[in-house]
Each structure stands twice: as structure tokens, then as C-alpha cells.
Write a protein of this length. Structure first.
Length: 292
């Protein structure tokens, strides 16, 4: 007699429902994250035409709390409008994160793809260069660079881009090696396509999908790095507003006027969370597409 196995239909349906709910929640989080990023980027770009006070204008309303007439988020210890300084401070954070990530991505992807496709001496040289950059403690490297070149936006972009190159190079190399053995690359080689055409036409699009998801997470990391350096006095020099600089200037009055630290911290937190959330969503999408 043949044994009748119990059906697990209910368990399968429950698992599918939970998976759909998790996917729906992830998609909803990505929508909110993208909305915040678009909002903060547009506000930073068009800050000059928005009805905002001069971020460096000093008034006699010192440490005014949020909700003060004319100052929606209050003022700091010099009477400067906090909302205006947060919006203009977003320019620094976004510019540093975007500029550094773009530069690191271009250089890192180029190095990683060449190393992963040609292997041999190219791979050895690339690995040596990546390991050389990883050997420096990031904070020590940035402090030394700022000391040599003076604190500025360009110095931050250069230093953070150099620190970001190894991450992109490793991801690009690993994906280039993985895709180099696929049928479409083999077919292109059989048709006599030169290596640079294969790299550009066949491999680049496939490598860029995971690299772009990494780029969003790296941007979140670089926003934190820029804020940390500005907090230590190694970022963009005052009076240019920056979120890290606002935290540093408001820490002494934090016990009596917590909004001086709380408000720029919220801008900090939401922006970093948005980049991480969008990066995780994109990484999940790339994983699903690559498994099909």
C-alpha cells in the first residue's frame, strides 16, 4: 500500500504571503527613501531661489526654539536660521557624497573590470593597488590629506574617493569574472570581438547593476564620513554650513537648547537611512533578476 504524505499547501501559501508582505514593505520603504532623497537634493540645488534666509545672517533671536515666527526650525546661538543652514548644509553633504562616489565608481570599476577580464599580471597589479589603499587607516589617511592640502570641498572629495575605490574595484572584479564565462561573452569572443568591445558592450551593463546598488550604500557612508570630519573641524571650513559643523557648534548648548543638535541630526539620520534603504532595495532587485 502506498503511503499518503500530508500536504503542505497551507505552509507554502503562508510563506508566499509573508514574502509578498516583506516585498511590499521593502518597496514602500524604497518609495519613501527615494522621495526624501529627491526632496533634499532639489532643496539643496535650488536653495538660492527658495524663500530661505541667508544661512550666515546673524540676528538678535539667539537660540530661538522651533516654531518661532519667521524661523520654522528655530535659530542657533548666533541667531542664524537653522532650516536655512540645514538646507544649505545638504549641499556640502550631497556634493561630497555624489562627487566622491562617482569618482570612486569610475576608477574602481575600470580597475576591477580590467583585472577580472584579463587576469594574470593585470589582476596582480590591481590587487596590489587595492591592498595598498586598504592598508591606510581611513581616519588617519584623511587627517593627513587635510593637513597637507588644507580643509576644502575638493580635499574631501579626493580623500573619500580614494578610500572608496577598493570597494568598487572588488565588486567589479568579482562580477566580471562571474560574467566572463557566460554564453553571450563566449559568443562575442567566437565572433572575433576585441576585448575592449566585450568589456564595454557585453560586461559593463551587467557589472554596473550590483555596482550601482553598492554606490547608494557608499554614498550613505560618505555622508557620515563628511559629517564626522566636519564635526572634528577637518571638513569644509566655516562659515559654510554643514551638518557636522552644526552638530559641533551646538554641542556645548545641547543641554539647554537640544534643538541645535537634534534638528541637524534628524537631517543626517533620515538622509543616511534613505540611501541605505534604497541601496538594500536595489540589491534585492539585482539578486532576484540575476537568479532568473
Amino acid at each position: 500500500m502506498t503511503a499518503i504524505l500530508p500536504r503542505k499547501t497551507g505552509t507554502v501559501k503562508l510563506g508566499a504571503t509573508a514574502s509578498r508582505r516583506a516585498r511590499r514593505a521593502r518597496n514602500l520603504g524604497a518609495v519613501f527613501a527615494l522621495s526624501w532623497i529627491v526632496l533634499i537634493v532639489l532643496a539643496a540645488v535650488f536653495a538660492d531661489v527658495l524663500p530661505l534666509d541667508d544661512p550666515n545672517a546673524i540676528s538678535d533671536q539667539f537660540n530661538a526654539p522651533p516654531g518661532t515666527p519667521g524661523h520654522l526650525l528655530g535659530t542657533d546661538m548666533l541667531g542664524r536660521d537653522i532650516l536655512s543652514r540645514c538646507i544649505y548644509g545638504a549641499r556640502v553633504s550631497i556634493a561630497v557624497a555624489l562627487g566622491s562616489t562617482t569618482a570612486a565608481m569610475v576608477i574602481g570599476v575600470t580597475i576591477g573590470m580590467i583585472a577580472g577580464y584579463f587576469r594574470g599580471p593585470s589582476d596582480a597589479v590591481a590587487s596590489m593597488g587595492v591592498n595598498f589603499l586598504l592598508a591606510f587607516p581611513p581616519l588617519v589617511f584623511l587627517i593627513a590629506l587635510v593637513a597637507a592640502l588644507q580643509p576644502s570641498l575638493a580635499t574631501l572629495v579626493i580623500g573619500l574617493a580614494l578610500l572608496g575605490i577598493p570597494n568598487f574595484a572588488r565588486v567589479a572584479r568579482a562580477n566580471t569574472i562571474a560574467f566572463s564565462g557566460r554564453e553571450f561573452v563566449t559568443a562575442a569572443k567566437a565572433l572575433g570581438a576585441p576585448p575592449w568591445r566585450i568589456l564595454r558592450k557585453e560586461l559593463l551593463a551587467n557589472v554596473m547593476l550590483p555596482v550601482m546598488s553598492l554606490g547608494l550604500v557608499v554614498m550613505a557612508t560618505l555622508v557620515v564620513a563628511e559629517g564626522s570630519l566636519s564635526f572634528l573641524g577637518l571638513g569644509v571650513p566655516p562659515p559654510t554650513p554643514s551638518w557636522g559643523g552644526m552638530l559641533a557648534s551646538g554641542r556645548e548648548s545641547m543641554s539647554h537648547h537640544p534643538h541645535l543638535v537634534l534638528i541637524p541630526s534628524l537631517f543626517f539620520f533620515i538622509t543616511v537611512l534613505a540611501f541605505n534603504t534604497l541601496g538594500d532595495w536595489m540589491r534585492a532587485r539585482v539578486g532576484r533578476e540575476s537568479s532568473i
